[in-house]
Design a protein. Structure first.
Length: 307
């Protein structure tokens, strides 16, 4: 439905028309002062001064009308737009929003555009933090979350665990079943990860290709290894066929678990390097297993289940 509004030039024209009418009436009265019995000699004597005052009054009222109907609303509209540069957009001032002229129409359209731009920015921000294939987080989300999690873990003297997950023989799966099937397989693995790691503090991301990473706060090595083994067993129970895998007839994963004990100075790269070493130990042990270790120590615990 079109926005029915009064054009701003028409409003100004009607205002100036009223001023011209009043000013013209005043000029006519002053010009005919001698012929009008109610005008005394004093007014006739000071007629030039009164004409100047009338002209000044006309100019002042004209400027006030322009300022009230045009300049001040535009300044308020500019101030509103500047105030929306950060944070969630708000509606423009109500007196601007309700105006039925071009300025009101502009205020409403700017508000719509700002809200649409905010929503689009939110979508783009979510896309930059999420893996488009699986819907899990990506490395950028991992780094963003760990900027908070790592210092918090140090202050609370709590353990921090990382699970490096790799799909066994995924290249053979893609070569045999095709890349669309490979993508669907990765989505199914992502679903298993979501079902296993449900805490708000759990960080679950896809690093790329067939590699996934889970970071767990407040989990000792025993608990982190148990969760990893549970996820591995759950995926195997799903039973995604993998005829070309030398490890099993279904899709399986190998999981390297690394835990930084309470009070251990740790950074992301050291934690991931330790988890990666545990993952390579899984592959050396025949894959489809879970191996855990403490950061800076040898293999601490191993839970294996191969078929």
């Amino acid at each position: 439905m079109p926005d029915r509004r009064q054009r701003l030039p028409l409003r100004l024209l009607s205002t100036f028309g009223s001023l011209f009418l009043l000013g013209g009436t005043g000029l006519w009265l002053l010009a005919r002062a001698e012929d009008l019995p109610r005008f005394d000699a004093l007014i006739v004597h000071y007629r030039p001064e009164l004409l100047v005052l009338l002209l000044i009054a006309f100019l002042v009222l004209s400027l006030l009308a322009i300022r009230r109907q045009l300049i001040r609303p535009l300044n308020e509209l500019v101030a509103y737009v500047r105030a929306q540069q950060t944070g969630s957009p708000e509606s423009p001032p109500s007196h601007l929003y309700r105006r039925r002229d071009d300025i009101g129409y502009l205020a409403r359209e700017i508000a719509k555009l700002l809200h649409a731009l905010h929503d689009k920015n939110q979508q783009l921000h979510a896309q930059t933090l999420n893996d488009p294939l699986t819907g899990l987080g990506n490395r950028r989300l991992l780094e963003q979350r760990l900027e908070i999690a790592l210092p918090l873990s140090r202050r609370r003297m709590s353990p921090l665990s990382a699970l490096m997950i790799d799909v066994d023989h995924f290249k053979q799966y893609n070569d045999h079943y095709g890349h669309p099937a490979g993508d669907e397989c990765l989505r199914e693995i992502a679903n298993v990860l979501r079902d296993t790691f449900r805490r708000e503090t759990d960080i679950v991301v896809r690093l790329g290709g067939e590699e996934f990473l889970v970071v767990l706060l407040d989990n000792q090595l025993d608990e982190a290894t148990r969760l990893a083994e549970g996820m591995r067993s759950m995926l195997q129970a799903v039973g995604i066929p993998h005829a070309w895998s030398p490890t099993a007839k279904v899709v399986t994963v190998s999981i390297g678990v690394a835990t930084a004990p309470p009070g251990t100075p740790i950074d992301l790269e050291s934690l991931l390097a330790c988890a990666d070493e545990a993952l390579y130990a899984c592959k050396a042990a025949g894959r489809n297993c879970t191996i855990g270790r403490h950061v800076g120590a040898g293999i601490k615990e191993s839970a294996e289940m191969t078929s």
